[in-house]
Design a protein around this ligand. Structure first.
Ligand code: C5P
Length: 250
C-alpha cells in the first residue's frame, strides 16, 4: 500500500502546481476524506457542481484553510446580468479560478469580466469552450455547422475578446490557442486519461503526456485517477508522465 508521503517528493513540485484533482463526490465529508488520503503533496482541487451544490461555500472555505488551491468549476451559463451577479456573490470566496460557459456569448463574457473590477486580486476567470464529453457528431446534432474545430476556435476568440484569463478545453484543441490568441492565456485540460483507463462519458480525451506536450498549463484529473484501484499510485504515474512531458525525465 503506497503512502501519501511519496507525493511530497520535491521532484513533483512543478506538476503538483499544475494539477487539480476533481472532488466529484456528493458530500463534504467524502471530499475531505479524499483530501486527507492524498495528504500534503496534493495542493490543487477542483470543486464542481456536485460538491458545490451539496456542500456550498463551507467546503471551499475548509479546503482553503487547509492551504489548498481551488478551481471552482461551476460553469456559469445565463444572461449577462445574472452571471455578473453570481460572480459578485462569489468575490470573497478564496478560489484561484472560476469558470463560465463561453456559449453564453460575448456580452455575457464581458459582464462576467467586469463583475470583479473592484476586487484587488480576483480569481482567474476561465471560459469553458466545447465540453470534452461532446463528439463531432454531438456538435452537429446541436445544429453547429462547420465542425467542432471551427466552433472551438470561434469560442476561443470570444474568450479572448472579452478579456478572460484562459479557457478549459480538450487537449486536441490546444494548438488552436497558439494560433488564435497572442497573449498569456491559461489552458486547463480535463478529459485526461492515463493509457488503459476507462474513458467513461468523455469523448475527446488525451493522456497526461499528450496534454502537457501540447501545452496544457493545468490538468484536471478525475476518474482517471480517483476510480483506479490505488488512486495514490495512479496519481504518481500521471505525475511521472507529466514530468516527461515537461522534459524532466522520471
Ligand atoms: O472524471 P473525469 O476525468 O472525466 O472528470 C473531469 C472533470 O472535469 C469533471 O469534474 C468535469 O465536470 C470537469 N470538466 C470537464 N469538461 C470540461 C470542463 C470541466 O470534464 N469542459
Amino acid at each position: 500500500m503506497m503512502d501519501s508521503g511519496m507525493l511530497l517528493d520535491s521532484r513533483y513540485d512543478v506538476v503538483r502546481n499544475r494539477t487539480y484533482l476533481a472532488l466529484d463526490v456528493p458530500s463534504a465529508s467524502e471530499a475531505l476524506a479524499l483530501v486527507e488520503r492524498f495528504g500534503a503533496g496534493v495542493t490543487g482541487y477542483k470543486v464542481g457542481l456536485e460538491l458545490y451544490n451539496a456542500a456550498g461555500r463551507s467546503v471551499v472555505e475548509t479546503l482553503a484553510k487547509l492551504g489548498k488551491r481551488i478551481f471552482l468549476d461551476i460553469k456559469l451559463h445565463d444572461i449577462p446580468n445574472t452571471v455578473a451577479g453570481a460572480l459578485r456573490a462569489l468575490k470573497d470566496l478564496p478560489v484561484e479560478m472560476v469558470n463560465v460557459h463561453t456559449l453564453g456569448g460575448l456580452e455575457m463574457l464581458c459582464a462576467a469580466k467586469s463583475a470583479w473590477e473592484d476586487v484587488e486580486q480576483p480569481p482567474l476567470l476561465i471560459g469553458v469552450t466545447v465540453l470534452t464529453s461532446l463528439s463531432e457528431e454531438d456538435v452537429s446534432l446541436l445544429g453547429v455547422h462547420g465542425g467542432l474545430t471551427a466552433w472551438s476556435r470561434r469560442l476561443l476568440s470570444l474568450a479572448d475578446e472579452a478579456g478572460l484569463d484562459g479557457v478549459v478545453l480538450s487537449a486536441s484543441e490546444l494548438p488552436l490557442v497558439a494560433e488564435t490568441i497572442k497573449r498569456p492565456f491559461v489552458r486547463v485540460v480535463p478529459g485526461v486519461r492515463p493509457l488503459q483507463a476507462d474513458t467513461y462519458d468523455q469523448q475527446r480525451i488525451a493522456t497526461p503526456l499528450q496534454a502537457i506536450e501540447k501545452g496544457a498549463d493545468h490538468l484536471v484529473l478525475g476518474r482517471g485517477v480517483l476510480s483506479q484501484s490505488n488512486p495514490l499510485v495512479a496519481l504518481q504515474r500521471v505525475w511521472d508522465e507529466m514530468r516527461v512531458g515537461l522534459g524532466e525525465g522520471v
